[in-house]
Ligand binder design. Structure first.
Ligand code: NAD
Ligand code: TYD
Length: 339
C-alpha cells in the first residue's frame, strides 16, 4: 500500500506518519508538505532515513507538482492533512485559507481522478458544525448536524468538505471525511492553546486567556485521532463522514490552571485578554457512528495525555524554542502586543 500524506510535517500529520510507519511497516508513506511556518522538517528527522518514507516539498495548490508526484508514485490512497489551521490567523488574513484549504483540496482530488485512487481521505474538523451553547450540555455534534461555520478557517474547511462530497457524487471518487475535535500532544505548534500555555509558563510569561476563559473544547490525544483515521481509510464506508471525539470537554481556564499546576507555576501568570472575534463557545462530539461501525474508542485518558504532553515539551525544548525564537516572534507581538 502506498499512501500520500499531505501536511505530514505539521502537528497531526507528523504523528500520523509515525503511527503508520510503525503500524504498517510494509507500507510506503510519501509526505507532501509545503513547509509553511507550521511545517517543520526537523519533526520528521526520525523517519527521513526510513526506506519506506519519502519527503517531497511541494504546495498542494501546485497542480504540476502534484500531478508529477502521482505520475511517479501511483499512490493507492491520499490522506489530506495539509491546511492553514489556526483560527486567529484566518481572522487576520482569510485568503491563504481559501487557497490551501479549498483550492488545494480540489487539486489533490483532480489528481486522484486523473490517476485513479482507492481512497481519498479528507481530514476535517468539528468546527464546520459551528458551536453549541454552554447551557445545553445535552447537545452534541453528530454527522447530521448542519454545517454552520463561524470563522474564515472553519468556513474554508466546510467548503472543502462540500467539494469532497461533490466529487464523490459527481465523479464517483472514493472519498471519506473525518471531523475531529481539538487535538493535543507532541509537535503541536506553540501558537495553539495548550503548547502556547506550556511554553509561556516555562518562560514565566503571561498566559493570555481570551475573554473569560469559559469556552469549552473537547480534547483528544493526537494518537487516538491517528488510530481513527487508520480505521476509516481501511474499513470506513466510501462517501461517509465520521465524527471523532473523546467526550472530554474542558473550559480553557481549567486547562490553563491544570498546566500551571503540573509545572509548579503560579496562577498569577494568567492574564485575561480581549476575546477572539466570533469566538465559538463550545464544541462537543458524539462519536457513536465511528464506535458502532469501526469499533473506535479513545484510549488515552486526558489526565495521562496531558502529562505525557507536558513531559514531551519539557524534554524537547529545542524543538519549540527554535520556533518561538524565529519569525513566530513577529506573529506573537502582532496578536498579543496590544491585546
Ligand atoms: P498544522 O498547522 O500543525 O500543520 C499543517 C501542515 O500543512 C504543515 O506542515 C504545513 O507546512 C502544511 N501545509 C500548509 N499549507 C500547505 C500547502 N499549501 N501545501 C502543502 N502543505 C501545506 O495543522 P494540524 O493541527 O496538524 O492540522 C492538520 C489537519 O487536521 C488540518 O487539516 C486541520 O484542519 C485538521 N484538524 C486539526 C485539529 C487540531 O486540533 N489541530 C482538529 C481537527 C482537525
Ligand atoms: P486554539 O488552540 O486556537 O484552537 P481552536 O480555536 O481551533 O479551538 O484555541 C483553543 C481555545 O483556547 C479557544 O477557545 C481559544 C482559546 N485560546 C486562548 O484563550 N488563548 C490563546 O492564546 C489561544 C491561542 C487560544
Amino acid at each position: 500500500m502506498k499512501i500520500i500524506v499531505t501536511g505530514g510535517a505539521g502537528f497531526i500529520g507528523s504523528n500520523f506518519v509515525f503511527y503508520m510507519l510503525k503500524k504498517h511497516p510494509d507500507y510506503r508513506i510519501i509526505c507532501l508538505d509545503k513547509l509553511t511556518y507550521a511545517g517543520n522538517l526537523s519533526t520528521l528527522k526520525g523517519v527521513l532515513d526510513n526506506e519506506n518514507f519519502r519527503f517531497v516539498k511541494a504546495d498542494i495548490c501546485d497542480r504540476n507538482a502534484v500531478y508529477n508526484l502521482f505520475e511517479e508514485e501511483k499512490p493507492d490512497m491520499v490522506v489530506n492533512f495539509a491546511a492553514e489551521s489556526h483560527v486567529d490567523r484566518s481572522i487576520e488574513n482569510p485568503e491563504v485559507f481559501l487557497q490551501t484549504n479549498i483550492l488545494g483540496t480540489a487539486v489533490l482530488m483532480d489528481a486522484c481522478r486523473k490517476y485513479g485512487i482507492k481512497r481519498y481521505h479528507q481530514v476535517s474538523t468539528d468546527e464546520v458544525y459551528g458551536d453549541l451553547p454552554l447551557d445545553r450540555p445535552d447537545l452534541f455534534f453528530t454527522e447530521n448536524t448542519p454545517i454552520h461555520t463561524s470563522s474564515p478557517y472553519s468556513s474554508s474547511k466546510a467548503g472543502a468538505d462540500l467539494l469532497v462530497l461533490a466529487y464523490h457524487r459527481t465523479y464517483g471518487l472514493p472519498v471519506s471525511i473525518s471531523r475531529c475535535s481539538n487535538n493535543y500532544g507532541p509537535y503541536h505548534f506553540p501558537e495553539k492553546l495548550i503548547p502556547l500555555m506550556i511554553a509561556n509558563a516555562l518562560n514565566d510569561k503571561p498566559l493570555p486567556v481570551y475573554g473569560k476563559g469559559e469556552n469549552v473544547r473537547d480534547w483528544l490525544y493526537v494518537e487516538d485521532h491517528c488510530k481513527a483515521i487508520d480505521l476509516i481509510i481501511h474499513n470506513g464506508r466510501v462517501g461517509e463522514v465520521y465524527n471523532i471525539g473523546g467526550h472530554n470537554e474542558m473550559t480553557n481556564i481549567d486547562i490553563v490552571k491544570l498546566i500551571c499546576k503540573h509545572l509548579g507555576k503560579p496562577e498569577s501568570l494568567i492574564t485575561y485578554v480581549a476575546d477572539r472575534k466570533g469566538h465559538d463557545m463550545r464544541y462537543a462530539i458524539d462519536p457513536t457512528k465511528i464506535h458502532n461501525e469501526l469499533g473506535w474508542l479513545p484510549e488515552t485518558m486526558f489526565k495521562d495525555g496531558i502529562k505525557k504532553t507536558i513531559d514531551w515539551y519539557l524534554n524537547n525544548r529545542e524543538w519549540w524554542e527554535t520556533i518561538i525564537s524565529g519569525e513566530y516572534q513577529n506573529y506573537y507581538e502582532k496578536m498579543y502586543g496590544n491585546r
